[in-house]
Ligand binder design. Structure first.
Ligand code: CTP
Length: 391
């Protein structure tokens, strides 16, 4: 994504501190982050923090002298590609919904023509107040994107819905808002993460997959406008925003879900590291070691899910597989492309152990006609290249 101008409107809520992480993450990605703070926001966090993080002046005053002659609220509104207001207090929500422009932030928002995301954060009773809810509904009708606050312990001591979502989630919404919707109308199924094959009530067989590649694919497809479903094995990752995520455990459970639902999708991507073998039976009781030096564990083959998908798919459905190889990477990946009758295979060399659990990878994307080496880059970037080729 090329560098964009992002406006962060910070208002007076205790969660204002979280916006420092949002500003930092967006700045690290190379974007210009213009922070505009209301007077009450400055009681919670200093403009100096944002200036140091973004390397740009932080705007707080409608009437301060601009560096060159320009009408500040108009020039800031004009150069903005997307804006997020967070934490958005009941006060700013009420003002925007009623067209009130009495400080720098509200005048900019009134003049803005690009998407505006509003992330409310307040006491749960304030949030549930019918007037606030009506204001939010009205703003939503007017194409403002309203985020649902997270639930949990609130600064006022109440427990409920009212927390500002975590910075990573806010960043995800902003990046999503900046992405061209070239997969609109497409339905995409992604599987991700390891499977877990139970041995007894306390033990299981699994693998090193972190799920990060599959999650990146689900996120990017959704950001590009596709309707996305994600079947995920056990991972420590947060569910991607606006993606229907269902958790699975075993290879067999994943098989059932995928085969039952595969007809609904235009693109199916099997990024999950599916176990090839599973214990023949699961012991009801914990297996005791007794005095034996060895233990026999009989494993049976699981079903090859992707092979089954290819067998049953319609001509216009696209099926993508992954190949994790420790030797003869391209030869083995090509063999899988052919044997499993896939439209694309993404090969990665698992001898490079560093890649396990990393946010980055290095892959070769192979189709019948093409072979593209993608040097080490973020899994999101790799996901984008995969969709560029499929689209
Ligand atoms: N896969 C699958 N069902 C399985 C095993 C794998 O659908 N039971 C899918 C994976 O999700 C991946 C592709 O098949 O997209 C290749 O997986 P990989 O484990 O590399 O290959 P295998 O076919 O299992 O071959 P091998 O273990 O011999 O390398």
């Amino acid at each position: 994504m090329e560098n964009k101008n992002i406006l962060l409107g910070v208002t007076g809520g205790i969660a204002a501190y979280k916006m420092a992480s949002v500003a930092s993450s967006l700045t690290k990605r190379g974007h210009e982050v213009h922070v505009v703070m209301t007077e009450s926001a400055q009681k919670f966090i200093s403009p100096v923090t944002f200036r140091a993080i973004t390397g740009l002046p932080v705007e707080t005053d409608l009437f301060s002298e601009p560096e060159k002659h320009e009408v500040k609220h108009i020039s800031l509104a004009d150069k903005t590609d997307i804006a997020l207001i967070g934490p958005a207090t009941a006060n700013i929500i009420g003002k925007i919904a009623n067209g009130i422009a009495d400080d720098l932030l509200t005048t900019i928002i009134t003049a803005i023509t690009v998407p505006v995301i509003i992330a409310p954060a307040m006491n749960v009773n304030m949030f549930n107040n019918p007037i606030i809810q009506e204001n939010l509904d009205y703003l939503s009708e007017k194409e403002y994107k309203i985020l649902t606050p997270s639930e949990g312990m609130l600064a006022c001591g109440y427990v409920g819905k009212g927390r500002l979502p975590e910075p990573d989630i806010l960043v995800e919404y902003i990046l999503k808002g900046l992405t061209k919707k070239d997969l609109k109308g497409k339905k995409v199924l992604v599987t991700a993460g390891p499977t877990r094959e139970e041995i007894d009530p306390v033990r299981y067989l699994t693998n090193y997959s972190s799920g990060k590649m599959g999650y990146a694919l689900a996120k990017r497809a959704s950001a590009r406008g596709a309707e996305v479903k994600l079947f995920s094995g056990p991972t420590s990752l947060d569910n991607p925003i606006e993606v229907k995520t269902e958790k699975i455990k075993s290879a067999n459970e994943l098989y059932e879900k995928v085969i039952n639902q595969m007809n609904e999708f235009d693109i199916i991507i099997m990024a999950a590291a599916v176990a090839d073998f599973t214990p023949e039976s699961i012991s009801d009781n914990k297996i005791k070691k007794n005095n034996e030096d060895y233990m026999d564990l009989r494993l049976i083959r699981t079903k090859d899910i992707i092979k089954e998908i290819s067998k049953n798919k319609e001509d216009d459905q696209i099926v993508v597989g992954f190949a994790a190889e420790s030797n003869d990477l391209i030869k083995n990946a090509r063999k899988k492309l052919e044997l499993k009758n896939l439209d694309m295979i993404v090969a990665n060399d698992i001898k490079n152990k560093e890649i396990f659990g990393s946010d980055e990878s290095e892959v070769i994307i192979i189709t019948d006609e093409k072979q593209i080496d993608v040097s080490r880059s973020s899994k999101e970037n790799i996901a984008n290249q995969i969709f560029d080729l499929l689209n």
